[in-house]
Every structure is written in structure tokens, then in C-alpha cells.
Design a protein around this ligand. Structure first.
Ligand code: FES
Length: 102
């Protein structure tokens, strides 16, 4: 079953981007250029995009249209990037904030 997002409610059609490599917490993953980072993570079975600051509980994308901020991650060193609204680029580094033990 293909878990990729074909059409995003805000960003439009997502089909056809070339395969590139992104690094998620240092692990290389294949993603389609132009698709939302959160969609690329979802396609690889990654549901946790951050951990809550107080209790350290895993959180994941909820709205996928840039409203809830549950998908906020650190992208290329910039914190609090909404990954549901940020397109994949080759070589980008995506880190999960608040990982237990950090
Ligand atoms: S999932 Fe809600 S802002 Fe990204």
C-alpha cells in the first residue's frame, strides 16, 4: 500500500517529484522532491514529529494544513518548522525536537 499523499488540500498535486535523499535524525530516507516533509515521513511509517515539552509524549501531524503546529520539527537547523507545509529538498536535515534523553 502506498502511503504517499497524492493531492494536498493546500499545496495541490504531489505526484511526480524526483526521488531525493533527506536525513531524518541523521538517517537517510528517500522522499519525493516537493512533497511535504510530513508526508514523506508518513510514507516511511514515521508518525512522531516532536515530543511534548512537559511530559515528553510523542506528537504527530494532525491537521496537515498548517494550523495546529503538531508537525513542527527542526529543519536545516531552523526550529519550529511546520513540516506539513514545507516541501522536501534534496539533502535537507530534519530533526525531531524534544527526543527523550536529549
Ligand atoms: S499538521 Fe497541523 S500544522 Fe502541520
Amino acid at each position: 500500500m502506498d502511503l504517499r499523499v497524492g493531492r494536498h488540500a493546500v499545496l495541490g498535486e504531489m505526484e511526480g517529484g524526483k526521488l531525493v535523499t533527506i536525513y531524518v535524525d541523521g538517517v537517510p530516507l528517500k522522499a519525493r522532491e516537493g512533497e511535504p516533509i510530513a508526508a514523506a515521513l508518513y510514507a516511511h511509517g514515521i508518525r512522531t514529529t516532536r515530543y511534548s515539552p512537559r511530559l515528553g509524549e510523542p506528537r504527530g501531524p494532525f491537521c496537515m494544513i498548517g494550523r495546529c503546529t503538531e508537525c513542527a520539527m527542526t529543519v536545516d537547523g531552523e526550529p519550529n518548522v511546520r513540516t506539513c507545509m514545507t516541501a522536501v529538498r534534496d539533502g535537507m536535515r530534519v530533526d525531531t525536537p524534544g527526543r527523550p534523553g536529549e
